[in-house]
Design a binder for this molecule. Structure first.
Ligand SMILES: [Zn+2]
Length: 203
């Protein structure tokens, strides 16, 4: 029996076991080097793992009075496709009424689907699989506000400690706070000094 909120170590082991958390020598599209890489959908391809992670994250929201008192009239919103399974899992655990997800258009602008109208979106919590910089959350919150809704919480399975820990006065919820080591280039990268083979990764 897994406890309802597994420890950060347990979560990290689950991510490792499913291939979502990888260790090696990675080069990101922006040229940065890192010994870690997260490909979170690999954890969410297993239904049981997805469920344990989403239920755990939902517990962190449920203890917030501002959230629990407004259920079920809440929307769970994902900033991108990676957060969709998290949003569905958290919605399920909270019995929240609505789900939305944003997508990046060809022009790079994050948007909801057409015909989501002003006044239709419940007070919302924004959830993602991973928060690397916090920009996705900020952009999504701006979209939500344009539609006249309030953001009453946000969180992710993993939050990099370099990202903000709070959003609009409330703590960002996460199951793992990860101190990601990023090197601006090969010069400063420890693995490059050791001539370790490079893997190029996509976000
Ligand atoms: Zn390197």
């Amino acid at each position: 029996m897994v406890s309802l909120i597994p420890s950060p170590d347990t979560v990290l082991q689950m991510l490792k076991r499913t291939g979502a958390f990888r260790e090696g020598h990675f080069v990101y599209p922006n040229g940065k080097h890192s010994p870690h890489y997260f490909q979170m959908p690999l954890a969410f391809r297993y239904y049981d793992t997805a469920r344990v992670l989403a239920v755990a994250l939902s517990r962190k929201f449920r203890v917030e009075r501002d959230i629990s008192s407004q259920l079920p009239k809440i929307a769970v919103i994902s900033p991108s496709s990676g957060g969709i399974p998290v949003a569905f899992g958290v919605r399920d655990a909270l019995s929240a009424e609505q789900i939305y997800w944003a997508e990046k258009e060809a022009n790079g602008k994050r948007m909801f689907r057409q015909y989501v109208n002003q006044g239709e979106v419940n007070p919302c919590i924004i959830v993602d699989d991973i928060i690397r910089s916090g920009h996705a959350i900020e952009e999504t919150a701006a979209l939500v506000k344009e539609l006249g809704a309030n953001v009453i919480g946000c969180g992710a399975i993993v939050r990099f400690t370099s990202a903000p820990s709070e959003f609009e006065g409330g703590p960002i919820k996460s199951l793992v706070e990860f101190d990601a080591h990023m090197y601006d280039d090969g010069e400063s990268c420890g693995d490059c000094k050791k001539d370790a083979a490079i893997e190029h990764v996509r976000f």
